[in-house]
Design a protein around this ligand. Structure first.
Ligand SMILES: [Cu+2]
Length: 686
């Protein structure tokens, strides 16, 4: 409700559509230890099997596996499913996402990477082979790691980076369900393609939130079937420049690189270049004029904030490739194919990008949201999902409107007028061609050379049309109901922002958690230097923690992500947070709190604070002993320090796994800049 753009926006821009593919998977080999360790050639990048079986499983996995009880921490190791095994090979390669090929990071030859899926309670082993010329890691976004903190994939926090040429194996057992994703946590490698979907199928004993939607047994079965075989829709932003190039420009100039070349849907999109006048017609007046990419100019203090205390910084130093230049392309668009006979499709939306919150809608259809960040919620029927970077929505779509329909996305922030399209197409069967050109397999019985002409839910700039409704993620109630702890044992009130230009922070003293810490001895081994530098805070096991983030004017939405367990979003509001605790604030502004049915999430966008401050309050109970990373999921904000670590249960000690786990694939030093400083003396990453 607070995420709406200024309302003085009119007009409608139409855009071109073409044919397209849908997300494909390279099917992993189902690991069956009772069978010989052989390789099934499912693709060029097929899965090979370790000669050392993980747990000796006794029951062969089948896709219709049934179990009698939800797994728990106590029973997980005795759970009857065999370990699910994946091998991911990271390479550099060319990808043609939008008609302008560029070098990217591919996972088993494609980006986004293949789907990783497992059952709730099923041990999952992911072997990473780093064939890049840089270190890397793999983080499973949203997965609880309290039993395997060394598998969280944060360089400098839970492990050393994985050396070029090295192999590192992540093993964990997800005791949760729903849609997640995986990505590198090294620098901004996820922006360059190192990312993909991760799906955990719920235990059969989990109560599903579908009963409120229908009492018809057949319909409920259709819903459950749809949930089991979802259509995954991955949103991202895409630039012709690599993350490192953009980051270097940002460090040089201090100018926020708030402009991209395309939005992508499952890795495919186009360069779309409407006339500037049309883009300005859908833009808030405060951001006009726009560049021919639909972006604010690099000297826009409205979006970029003021430029204090740094005389070397001038907008004319901005890289023109970031802000200017657009030529239309006509690349094939993703096609999501559905079959009317199925009754329902489950659309699992994941924002795997690194910059701005996006909106998504499917013309002619509504989303019935049933899970958010992997957590079942009481269903909400809406036209538009608003998706912060890193967040996920799972929604049913009723298949009662045959035809070809536009799937549209738009920026929900005012920094750039930009949209992307895919096609929601009713077909009788699916036909797919194999992966090619670094992209997932292309599905699509039809070719689209012009957009389906449907009634849109929003325009090119994201302005809501036709009375379309948007998801209200502040009021998404967990299903079954889960109440947060009634009060906090410990409250942290933190100021978020830029302590100096080109540095972002979100902790008590404004100390940035800069990327050179990726090279340090990981906090899981040696936590004290992080505490001494005030970039981490120790939290006592068993305590209930409130963190209030105070966001001053001049800030966009920050998509915060908490590693390990989810947190309750107990309050958010406009204005200064002037109280010393949530309890005190609740007395003064009760309308901004929800302690009965708050959302339970791992990723949450703060209210934009362009002109005046805002705040966000989260609560969780410390039930891990591990360094829990917490950061903004805007890639260049993270690289510029917008992160902290909660050292949960430090007094109990951090487990570092089997001997050698954290050391495996270690990379002692990768500094490129021996001084690690900016001209003004601030520390930087390499
Ligand atoms: Cu941020």
């Amino acid at each position: 409700m607070f995420h709406h753009l200024p309302s003085l926006r009119t007009g409608l821009v139409t855009a071109l559509l073409l044919l397209g593919p849908t997300l494909g998977h390279i099917l992993p080999r189902q690991y069956d230890a009772s069978a010989p360790a052989t390789v099934e050639p499912t693709s060029t990048f097929s899965i090979s099997v370790s000669s050392t079986p993980i747990n000796a499983p006794t029951v062969t996995y089948s896709s219709n596996v049934t179990t009698t009880a939800a797994p728990s921490a106590a029973t997980a190791s005795a759970y009857s499913l065999p370990t699910k095994y994946y091998k991911l090979v990271f390479t550099k390669g060319w990808v043609d996402t939008n008609g302008n090929p560029r070098e990217a990071i591919l996972i088993n030859g494609q980006t986004p990477g293949p789907l990783i899926e497992a059952e709730e309670g099923q041990e999952l082993t992911i072997e990473v082979v780093n064939q890049l010329d840089k270190p890397c890691t793999l983080h499973s976004h949203g997965i609880f790691q309290s039993f395997t903190p060394w598998a969280d994939g944060v360089p400098g926090v839970t492990q050393y980076p994985i050396d070029p040429g090295a192999t590192y194996t992540y093993t964990y057992t997800p005791l949760q369900y729903g849609q997640y994703w995986y990505h590198s946590h090294y620098r901004g490698q996820l922006d360059d393609g190192l990312r993909g979907p991760l799906l955990i199928h719920p235990s059969p004993s989990r109560a599903k939130p579908f009963a409120t939607l229908s009492s018809d047994v057949d319909e409920l079965e259709q819903m459950a079937k749809a949930e089991r075989n979802p259509k995954i829709v991955q949103l991202s932003d895409w630039s012709q420049l690599t993350h490192d190039e953009i980051d270097a420009d940002y460090h040089q100039t201090g100018i926020e690189p708030l402009c991209v070349d395309s939005f992508l849907i499952n890795g495919r999109g186009q360069r779309i270049c409407p006339p500037v006048a049309l883009m300005e017609a859908v833009a808030p007046p405060t951001v006009i004029p726009l560049t021919n990419k639909g972006c604010v100019f690099p000297n826009s203090t409205v979006i970029m904030g003021p430029f204090p205390n740094y005389t070397a910084q001038y907008p004319d130093q901005a890289n023109p490739l970031t802000f200017f230049g657009c030529e239309n392309t006509t690349s094939p668009l993703t096609v999501i194919e559905v079959n009317k006979k199925d009754g329902y499709a489950a659309i699992n939306v994941i924002h795997i990008g690194g910059l701005v919150e996006q909106k998504i809608a499917i013309d002619g259809h509504k989303f019935i949201v049933f899970a958010n960040d992997g957590q079942y919620v009481e269903p909400q029927e809406v036209d538009i999902l608003i998706v912060p970077v890193g967040a996920r929505f799972q929604a049913l779509v009723k298949l009662d409107n045959p035809g070809d329909w536009t799937i549209r996305t738009a920026n929900s922030m005012p920094n750039q007028m930009i949209s992307a399209y895919a096609v929601f197409s009713y077909v009788d069967k699916e036909t797919c061609s194999p992966p090619a050109n670094g992209l997932p397999e292309l599905c699509g019985c039809k070719t689209f050379t012009s957009p389906p002409t449907n009634q849109p839910s929003f325009d090119y700039g994201g302005n809501v049309l036709n009375n379309a409704t948007s998801v209200n993620y502040f009021t998404l109630k967990p299903f079954p109901a889960i109440a947060p702890p009634p009060q906090a044992d410990h409250t942290l009130i933190w100021d978020v922002g830029k302590p100096i230009q080109r540095v972002w922070s979100l902790n008590l003293d404004g100390n940035p958690f800069l990327a050179w810490r990726e090279q340090e001895t990981p906090a899981i081994i040696n936590p004290q230097p992080f505490l001494d530098a005030n970039v981490a805070v120790a939290l006592t096991y068993g305590e209930v923690i409130d963190v209030v983030f105070r966001i001053p004017a001049g800030n966009p939405t920050h998509p915060f992500h908490k590693h390990d367990a989810k947190a309750f979003i107990i309050g958010e509001g406009p204005g200064e947070f002037t109280w010393s605790s949530v309890a005190e604030a609740q007395l003064a502004v009760p309308q901004f709190f929800n302690l009965e049915t708050p959302a339970l999430r791992d990723t949450f966008g703060t209210i934009p604070a362009f002109a005046s401050p805002t705040w966000l309050a989260i609560r969780w109970k410390v039930d891990s002993s591990m360094p829990v990373f917490f950061h903004c999921h805007i890639s260049y904000h993270l690289a510029a320090g917008m992160a902290t670590a909660f050292f949960e249960g430090l007094e109990r000690g951090f487990p570092t796994g089997p001997p050698g786990t954290v050391q495996q694939g270690s990379t002692p030093v990768y500094y490129n800049n021996p001084n690690n400083t900016y001209p003004d003396g601030a520390s930087i990453d390499a």
